[in-house]
Design a protein around this ligand. Structure first.
Ligand code: NAD
Length: 311
């Protein structure tokens, strides 16, 4: 491979390093630069990960670095953030993380970076909006991980229940990466058969909302048991990066900017969209039922209110 495929990761915590480990395992990136305020951590992570290179499918140069490394990167991934301190409200946390993300974006842009931003730090929809506004990059080149993880959880649970490979479950979680997300069940398929038809035949229509509830609760449950979630999102980020670097034109439920789609403007929110080497090629607008549109409207309201508190 002659072509240079360079990714810079800002934030070498659980999420960022799970992604880095997945990238090393899967191959396809030949340069990975790690940036963190905790510089020693970034250096240690680069050393540890590099030890795996001989056992990985392809050579990958991994090093800790600084923002000037972003200049010739294809993608900058942001997974930096701070956890909620005791007594700190969610809004305080949002304001702190918004400030961090703004500074990071300014540093990346100052380097002369001209690639694609991928953001996973939470609240991801709001922080992705802030990265786009701060960078002034085209909206197609600023992508949030959105409901990629939520959708993966949904497909996994449905696949397990139906005893069908999750690869053949075409169902999406849309809206906020958070409690107001929803599933457009009317547009969910197993292979080419509508999921609703299958559930009706099995007398299991009630089960659908329970599955969604389970997806929503899973993050809380994992955090309660092991303090953080990271493998799922690490692999989800890897999928987004590969869709960009391999020009996959893959449909992913990323957080992207709406400009009239679903009747909404000036918001980053999770919707199915086609991702390729240029970033977001196109939003795949689907016909929602009235009930589904009402759920979308609610999720938009939740995000818009939060956005107006920090912008
Ligand atoms: P973590 O605490 O393990 O890692 C965060 C890292 O960011 C730390 O290494 C910290 O030093 C670094 N950091 C903080 N401020 C920085 C700055 N100004 N510049 C550079 N680096 C900085 O946290 P984590 O578990 O890896 O989670 C990271 C983020 O990902 C959180 O916001 C979390 O909520 C989010 N997350 C998102 C999803 C999703 O689906 N989008 C899923 C899980 C977690």
């Amino acid at each position: 491979m002659v072509e240079k495929r360079k990714v810079v990761l800002v934030g070498t915590g659980f999420v960022g390093m799970s992604m880095a480990y997945a990238l090393l395992n899967q191959g396809g990136v030949n340069e990975l630069v790690l940036i963190d305020v905790a510089k020693e951590k970034a250096i240690g992570e680069a050393m540890d990960l590099s030890d795996g290179v001989p056992c990985s499918p392809a050579r990958m140069v991994i090093r800790a670095g600084d923002y000037e490394e972003c200049k010739d990167a294809n993608i900058v991934v942001i997974t930096a953030g701070i956890a909620q301190n005791p007594g700190q409200t969610r809004l305080d946390l949002l304001q702190t993380n918004a400030k961090i993300i703004k500074e990071i974006t300014q540093n990346v842009v100052s380097s002369g970076f001209n690639g694609i931003f991928v953001i996973a730090s939470n609240p991801v929809d709001i922080l992705t909006y802030i990265v786009q506004k701060t960078s002034n990059f085209p909206t197609s080149k600023v992508i949030g991980s959105g409901t990629v993880l939520d959708t993966a959880r949904l497909r996994f649970l449905l696949g397990e229940h139906l005893k069908v490979s999750s690869k053949n479950i075409h169902a999406y979680i849309m809206g906020e990466h958070g409690d107001s997300s929803f599933v457009p069940w009317s547009k969910s398929y197993v292979g080419c058969k509508p999921l609703m038809d299958i559930m009706k035949q099995r007398g299991e229509e009630d089960m659908l909302e329970r599955v969604h509830q389970q997806v929503r609760d899973e993050a809380y449950e994992i955090i309660e048991r092991k303090k953080a979630t990271y493998y799922g999102i690490g692999l989800g980020l890897t999928k987004i990066i590969k869709a960009i670097l391999n020009d996959e034109h893959e449909i992913l439920t990323i957080s992207t900017f709406l400009n009239g789609e679903y009747g909404k403007n000036d918001i980053y929110i999770g919707v199915p969209a086609i991702v390729n080497s240029q970033g977001v090629q196109e939003i795949l607008q689907i016909d929602l039922t009235q009930e589904e549109q009402a759920k979308f409207d609610h999720s938009y309201e939740v995000l818009n209110e939060l956005k107006n508190k920090v912008i």
